[in-house]
Design a protein around this ligand. Structure first.
Ligand code: LLP
Length: 431
């Protein structure tokens, strides 16, 4: 839960507002974004990593309001698509403080990024280096980081682990491609190499993966210094810091992370005899994840007999996999709570499901909700700030929900609910 969330007589309050009151104005489903919580998590990273650069990973969630908060709190921004760059620029984000990711950036996308003055491009393939060099040949200089594959098995879901060899991101250190990529960037006029970049995966709790990655990346820094005579000034260790989705998880603490990372970098650099590069990191989930919850209205309640005689209550809400695909896609765990009233009814094993046309449309796999949950009740799901609205879809022609920012008892719609006109806007008919 975000830090301002609390129950008052059974009604959930966030940012000083009661969710039932909020919903009376904005309807459901809706994402509720606790601005104070977002800002304080952003500040916690900025302060803990004061000697470093923190890039907020916009892929977790980005809109112009949030880009503004990120800039006000003194963080930089990581974008990974032309669309995210557009939102950032629309928000007036300083392009010099933007890092641009992606494993398949087109010539046009690169030209745009470089010409608007994006601060760093994280290159991910030889094709991209060639494209960038040709743009630089047009007189547009670019600052570059080379994304490397550190060969780390991060303990997270297969789809979101990115540092093992057999996946699409980065240049392998092991097979020499990373070194070759560095050589080619250094050889290209107008490309300035800032350093190496490694991102090992997402929703990671164990710092040993970062440690191994830092060691391997720094070893490559040392080789580059030995063989090419170039000292790389920076190193980026990516994002991926885990958050608690249920009470079972133990979230990362930015201050502790910063201390651990600094120690590793200092120790390794001393051992390798190279100067310490300036470190940067890219947290997304750890900043926005806990800051948002989704509020739904219950539509139907059904009891289902399980093998062995137990009963599970299926609570259907007015959203589902179109506003939170993470349960279906990554088997993610979430929790839920009755948000609109107090209940003394004994808790029963419940599953919160959506209204889409498939059985995998599950929002919360297992939760004990009061046994008297009924149509019209509000149910809130915490921790939906990261990769929920940003991965939302129009499946079944669902209208994507709004994002409502709350702060000091005031609500502002920062992303409005889609309308049927939005849905039909791209449908050209049979002309
Ligand atoms: N930097 C890079 C290069 C990344 O690829 C990512 C995430 C991040 C930073 C931010 O990671 P975070 O701190 O948010 O974990 N859709 C998946 C997560 C995909 C992550 C992709 N890259 C999910 O819902 O779990």
């Amino acid at each position: 839960w975000s830090q301002t969330a609390q129950k008052v007589d059974g009604e959930l309050h966030v940012g000083g507002l009661s969710l039932p009151d909020l919903v009376a104005n904005v309807n459901t489903p809706a994402y509720v974004l606790d601005e104070a919580d977002f800002r304080s998590r952003a500040r916690a990273f900025r302060d803990a990593f004061a000697a470093y650069d923190v890039f907020y990973a916009g892929k977790a969630f980005l809109c112009t309001a949030v880009a503004g908060w990120v800039q006000e709190e003194g963080l930089n921004l990581d974008v990974c698509s032309n669309g995210e760059l557009t939102v950032a620029l629309r928000a007036g984000f300083d392009p010099a403080r933007i890092g641009y990711h992606g494993n398949n950036k087109s010539l046009m996308e690169l030209r745009r990024a470089v010409s608007v003055g994006v601060g760093r491009i994280i290159v991910d393939s030889f094709d991209e280096i060639e494209r960038l060099a040709s743009i630089a040949g047009e007189g547009l200089a670019a600052r570059v980081m080379v994304r490397v594959t550190a060969g780390v098995e991060a303990h997270t879901h297969e789809y979101i682990a990115t540092a093992h060899e057999d996946q699409k991101f980065g240049f392998s250190i092991t097979n020499g491609q990373a070194f070759e990529a560095v050589r080619r960037v250094l050889a290209a006029p107008n490309l300035e190499l800032l350093g190496l970049h490694s991102h090992i995966g997402s929703q990671i709790f164990d710092s040993s993966g970062f440690e191994v990655a830092a060691r391997r990346v720094l070893a490559l820094h040392a080789r580059i210094s030995d063989e090419l005579g170039v000292t790389l000034p920076e190193m980026d260790l990516g994002g991926g810091f885990g958050i608690a989705y249920t009470t079972q998880d133990d979230p990362a603490d930015p201050a502790q992370l910063a201390t651990e990372m600094s120690k590793i970098v200092e120790h390794e650099c001393r051992a390798l005899g190279i100067p310490e590069p300036r470190l940067s990191i890219e947290p997304g989930r750890a900043i926005v994840g806990p800051a948002m919850c989704t509020v739904y209205t219950v539509g139907t309640v059904k009891e289902v007999q399980l093998d062995g005689g137990a009963v599970r209550t299926y609570v259907s809400v007015d959203g589902g996999m179109s506003d939170n695909i993470r349960t279906a896609l990554y088997d993610a765990d979430y929790s839920a709570t009755l948000a609109s009233r107090a209940s003394a009814a004994p808790p029963v094993l419940s599953r919160v499901v959506g209204k889409h046309c498939e059985a995998g449309d599950i929002v919360v796999k297992d939760e004990f909700l009061p046994g008297d949950v009924r149509p019209g009740d509000l149910v809130a799901v915490p921790g939906t700030g990261a990769y929920c609205r940003s991965m939302a879809s129009n499946y079944n022609h669902a209208l994507r929900p709004p994002v409502v920012a709350v702060r000091d008892g005031v609500a502002r719609v920062v992303v409005r609910r889609e309308t049927e006109d939005d849905l039909l806007a791209t449908d050209m008919g049979d002309q």
